[in-house]
Write a protein that binds this ligand. Structure first.
Ligand SMILES: C[S@@+](CC[C@H](N)C(=O)[O-])C[C@H]1O[C@@H](n2cnc3c(N)ncnc32)[C@H](O)[C@@H]1O
Length: 346
């Protein structure tokens, strides 16, 4: 937990390890009833399971990966990746015209959770804009800054484990681009429901993981983009992650978890500067820059670790995708999905 400091003074903190969740033992599709509260002693012992191994990284083909996350999440954790994540945050601000979220918050929620916080950039920005909120960012990997703000702290844990936060606690839960590390979405959303306050909001931000889209026939069946997505989605399946979840599936799962007032937003996000529309062209330019690292970040560890592909082959496909984006010949785009949903006020 963050140590105390004078108001407004940056806090130096180490991410807390394993306080927020406990080992998963629930059935595959739980209901709120099956997520019974943990006995206090179990919470304490999970909190005490501090281990230096949580901080260990492994190096593979020149990239750094978080050791304890392997098998759950296969994207790198080195500086190149952290820069990519921060730049992706800037992309989302551009996409949402400067907004950090779409949920209709009328006041600062007392407690806010950022799931799969990554570098913590969203949590820190939110905390800055909402000084009355206490924000906690949870992630598998220790890639958050040691300095933080007085109202923001970070915890290390697997959000697929049973959450040990108080029930009815968070006025806002934000979850962005975590799909490559979530194997059981119904359970994940049910935990969000259980730990949201009555009337609290959740916001889910994800994009397609199994296909690129193209409306004008410029992406042939043998396109490197198709080869890449096909290899990546097979590899994710081998990991136990379903890459085929789309907007309507997320909407239905939120509804099944009990949320109401669900709103969905779908944005076409071009990869490359091929669109004529000014805003899309600008977004496409940002994504083109992001994709220099993005194809490798998403694909390399997954395809070599879980798809049975050699590193040379994986990097050949990745390099071909990066090259093809620059030519602008194939007019591909992805879909960015934003869903907001509310827990009933009771
Ligand atoms: C693509 S990054 C997105 C980071 C951040 N949400 C953002 O939008 O800037 C995904 C993050 O989710 C984390 N993650 C993936 N699966 C997780 C899990 N099961 N529990 C906790 N964190 C997870 C990863 O470690 C990684 O930092």
């Amino acid at each position: 937990m963050a140590t105390s400091s004078l108001p407004g003074e940056p806090v130096t903190s180490e991410p807390n390890i394993h306080p927020s969740t406990a080992p998963a033992d629930a059935p595959a599709t739980p209901t709120p009833e099956t997520l019974a509260p943990e006995p206090a002693s179990d919470v304490a012992s999970s909190t005490q399971s501090l281990s230096e191994s949580i901080r260990e990284h492994v190096y593979e083909n020149g990239r750094r990966y978080h050791k304890a996350s392997w098998g759950k999440y296969a994207m790198p954790t080195d500086d190149t990746e952290l820069d990519r994540l921060d730049f992706t945050h800037a992309f989302y601000l551009e996409l949402l015209d400067g907004k950090q979220y779409l949920a209709p918050l009328d006041e600062d929620p007392a407690h806010v959770l950022d799931c799969g916080t990554g570098t913590g950039i969203w949590a820190l920005d939110f905390g800055d804009e909402h000084p009355e909120s206490k924000v906690v960012g949870v992630d598998l990997a220790p890639i958050q800054p040691n300095w933080t703000a007085p109202n923001v702290c970070f915890e290390l844990d697997d959000l697929e484990n049973r959450w040990t936060f108080d029930q009815n606690h968070f006025g806002f839960i934000h979850s962005r681009n975590i799909a490559a590390g979530i194997k059981n979405w119904p359970r994940y959303l049910t935990q969000m429901y259980r730990h949201a306050t009555p009337g609290g909001w959740v916001e889910i931000v994800e994009h397609g993981l199994s296909t690129f889209y193209c409306d004008d026939g410029t992406m042939p069946a043998d396109s490197p983009f198709q080869i890449y997505m096909s290899a990546m989605s097979k590899s994710l399946e081998n990991m136990g992650v379903n890459p085929h979840i789309e907007l309507e599936d997320y909407r239905r799962m939120l509804e099944d978890a009990g949320f109401v007032n669900i709103q969905t937003h779908s944005f076409k996000t071009p990869i490359g500067t091929w669109p004529r529309n000014r805003k899309l062209r600008r977004l496409g330019a940002i994504i083109s820059e992001l994709s220099n690292q993005g194809f490798e970040a998403y694909g390399r560890g997954v395809m070599t670790g879980f798809g049975g592909m050699g590193d040379e082959e994986a990097m050949r496909i990745i390099a071909e995708c990066v090259r093809m984006v620059k030519t602008g010949e194939q007019h591909i785009y992805n879909q960015q999905w934003h869903l907001i949903a509310q827990k009933p006020r009771e």
